[in-house]
Design a protein around this ligand. Structure first.
Ligand code: GSH
Length: 196
């Protein structure tokens, strides 16, 4: 399977973490999605990473879809509980963490542009949303089993450390900080630390 890859992307990291968890091999194809390279655009018209081309030749875009696909073919412990409250709980936490990634990537992309008043307002809004979502994650059970929610949360927090190291997300969130320090040592995360 071929994965269009960027070593800095938290969405790509989520996919790679799921693959490692399941012992699935991915051929990483490094691309800069912002340059819309021909090969990526053919497989993902949206020109975003991650994009996966399966062994059947199916081109899948969006990390949520790709993670669920990999979980469905992997032989490790399932990261997507198949029904009921455990499923919706895992997806609920994943949605919160993905929202953090989206807002943080948005801040990063816009941070390099001229900071007029409108842009500053958007940045403050995104920053506040991240803060509230982290407060919600602080209230989660740190001993819950590893699900896609936990995978997404670890990747979101790793991205904040990587791109926003000067903004201390750990302050006032001791449970989340403790959970992260433990979780980030697991192979799927230790082997995918963001770079770039
Ligand atoms: N919802 C998408 C978001 C993917 C995404 O935004 N990826 C960024 C890199 S972190 C990207 O490819 N950006 C290129 C662009 O927006 O043109 C997912 O979950 O895969």
């Amino acid at each position: 399977m071929k994965l269009y890859h960027s070593a800095a992307s938290p969405f790509v990291r989520k996919v790679r973490a799921v693959a490692i968890h399941h012992g699935l091999e991915l051929d990483l194809v490094p691309v800069n999605p912002h340059e819309s390279p021909e090969a990526l655009v053919q497989d993902n018209p949206l020109s975003k990473v991650p994009a996966l081309v399966t062994d059947d030749g199916l081109a899948l875009c969006d990390s949520k879809l790709i993670c669920e696909y990999l979980d469905s073919i992997g032989h490790g412990e399932k990261l997507y509980p198949d029904h009921g409250l455990p499923r919706w709980n895992a997806l609920r936490v994943a949605a919160l963490a993905e929202g953090v990634m989206e807002a943080a990537v948005f801040r990063r992309m816009h941070g390099g542009l001229p900071q007029d008043e409108g842009r500053q307002r958007f940045d403050a809004r995104a920053k506040a949303a991240i803060g509230r979502a982290l407060d919600a994650l602080e209230r989660e059970d740190p001993d819950a089993p590893l699900t896609i929610g936990a995978v997404a949360a670890a990747c979101a927090l790793g991205y904040l450390d990587f791109r926003f190291a000067s903004e201390d997300w750990r302050a006032g969130r001791p449970k989340l900080a403790g959970w992260y320090e433990k979780t980030v040592q697991l192979r799927p995360f230790a082997e995918t630390m963001p770079q770039g």
